[in-house]
Design a protein around this ligand. Structure first.
Ligand SMILES: *Cc1c(COP(=O)(O)O)cnc(C)c1O
Length: 367
């Protein structure tokens, strides 16, 4: 079976480096918020082109902490997409704010700016832009929209490690960027981990307190916080894995280029190609097919695993019942949920694997 992820197939050199890093942490006798975390924070912030990285427990907490650090909570609205991981919306709710759902652009499955404009109200405090599947698009319209409306832009970068437009990396555009290092992300830990990145010193300082019980110095708690600290083991493992991220990303892009060129089945529709290579890091390679469920069964029978990102849009999730949405509806999100399918697109795929996926997709004859 060709899998969606295959960590066991990773290079032995990477495995050795991780074992050495784990030993280093175990022998250090220091396990939470220490030198490994600080070093990884500095490295990741620098890659993102921002001043600060704040290591936290996971990607969802990175969003919640960004909102809390900006005093966005009860009575405030945050506009985001219905086509995303549930964590995006849950983080807004956990911060005490109210998610508002705008529709997506059918060609990219990314948030549609015209729909977002229709959702803006006097209560709108932030737009939480999700760089879905690893795509980043032109950020200027988003910066203008937020500027004009006095709205804060926050980026959900959980799927977009190294994605860059005109030389600027995801997370560098908004007031804050939220990264997840969940194992299956493009840069993944061996457990949960996340980071908030920001070019705003004050925001980063508040986030540092919030992740650690709202503590300023030992036993002093000027604000209400959480316990969401990055640990030394994950930071050390992430540092080793970061050394491979660029080559892994190139491999994902090469696999995607073959899919784009060689998947020719007229029953399969592809999403819009990125305008520049760096603007899509292919966390997921997603196609659309009206007979999606039959396609998935067909692929399975041909030894190809696939997944659906995402089968249930946010507004159909029970905790989201009654949330305000685009007054013109969320038809694009609903259509996408019914037709989208993610094909294997990870760095360990061989050329033969890619050929096998392409052949299986092209052999699909419909429901
Ligand atoms: C994975 C993911 C998250 C949540 O990250 P966790 O580390 O699992 O909490 C948030 N948003 C998106 C778009 C994601 O893909």
């Amino acid at each position: 079976m060709i899998l969606m992820n295959d960590f066991k197939a990773e290079q032995p050199e990477l495995r050795e480096a991780m074992l050495t890093a784990a030993k280093r942490v175990i022998e250090s006798g220091w396990y939470v918020l220490g030198n490994e975390v600080t070093a990884f924070e500095k490295q990741w912030a620098s890659i993102c082109g921002v001043g600060d990285g704040v290591g936290v427990g996971n990607g969802m907490d990175a969003i919640e902490i960004a909102l809390r650090a900006l005093d966005i909570g009860l009575g405030d609205e945050v506009i985001t997409a219905p086509m995303t991981a549930f964590a995006t919306v849950l983080a807004i709710m956990r911060a005490g704010a109210t998610p508002v759902l705008a529709d997506i652009d059918p060609d990219t499955a990314l948030l549609d700016i015209a729909s977002v404009r229709r959702c803006v109200s006097v209560k709108t405090k932030a737009v939480l832009l999700v760089h879905l599947y690893g795509q980043i698009r032109d950020m200027d319209p988003w910066l203008s929209l937020c500027d004009e409306g006095g709205i804060v832009l926050i980026e959900d970068c959980a799927q977009a490690h190294l994605a860059a437009t005109r030389g600027r990396v995801a997370g560098a555009f908004g007031m804050a960027g939220a990264y997840s290092f969940y194992p299956t992300k493009n840069l993944g830990a061996l457990g949960d981990a996340g980071m908030l990145v920001s070019q705003d010193r004050v925001l980063a300082g508040r986030a540092r307190q919030i992740r650690n019980y709202g503590q300023s110095e030992r036993y002093h708690h000027p604000q209400i916080g959480l316990n969401s600290r990055l640990d030394e083991m994950q930071a050390a493992l992430l540092t080793e894995r970061l050394a491979w991220l660029e080559s892994f990303t190139f491999r994902r892009q090469a696999v995607a280029e073959r899919y784009r060129a060689e998947i020719t089945n007229p029953l399969i529709r592809q999403l819009a190609a990125p305008v520049e290579k760096s603007a899509h890091v292919y966390h997921l390679f997603v196609v659309k097919c009206d007979a999606r469920d039959a396609l998935q069964k067909h692929l399975e029978a041909h030894g190809v695993q696939s997944l659906i990102h995402y089968p249930v849009p946010m507004h159909s999730q029970a905790p989201c019942a009654g949330l305000r949405c685009d007054p013109e509806g969320l038809a694009n999100s609903e259509a996408h949920a019914q037709t989208c399918l993610s094909l294997p697109c990870h760095p360990q795929l061989s050329e033969a694997d890619v050929s096998k996926v392409i052949q299986a997709v092209n052999a699909f004859g419909g429901a």
